[in-house]
Write a protein that binds this ligand. Sequence first.
Ligand SMILES: [Zn+2]
Length: 241
Amino acid sequence: MTAARTIGKQLPRNILRPNNKQHGPGVKQCRCRICDKTYEYDASLGTEFCGRPTCRWEALPNEKKIKIAIDAGVGKQFIRNGKVPTIEKFPLDIEVGYNQSTLLVGPVNTRKSWLMCCLAVDALRNGVQAKIINWSRFKRRVRSSYQPAGDETEMHIFDHYNRIGVLCIDDVGVGIDDQGRETKAAVDMMYDLIDQRYFNNQPIHMTANIDPGQLADAYGPRVARRIREMCTVIPMTEVAK
Ligand SMILES: [Zn+2]
């Protein structure tokens, strides 16, 4: 990323400062230190960076990026050398981005969760809220909301996740029984999550250690159809260490 490298670089002398009036009365032009574009001064933006989300993200100190990523559910094991995982650093032949839904399939140790974290970070740096949830834990949370003493309702949980720009669901294959089926309650939960996002045009990313055929058997035709309509299936293969 050339943009990141320009942080902290000495500003060239011809940079227009906000008090520079050469562009006419009242017009104050600044140049963004990240993307190098000129922008009109605005008190909320300051004089260093333009309002583009990617520039605001690049300008953040690493510790702040890490905190935001961890809050979004990025596993600490994916924070390496004090940096958040990025798509650019992930070895993958095809182009992926946060706004194109994916289903990452493959056995364990194929870096599915790592790639999903990269996609979540990609959303964050573009100013889009992202959240990574673990499918088993999500099901448990919804189930516990059925208890009379539960402190949240099922509706609250679904409302919350439906509002999140990019939802990432880790380990979707977990919880399938010996016959290769999910419970009816879990199938309904999955359908509710996906269907809302389908109609709101909100991306979803999922990892599964079973193939799309097994996933269709486990979740039934309604869920399978939605996944097919929304997601690019990305088979992940084991990498030599
Ligand atoms: Zn910029």
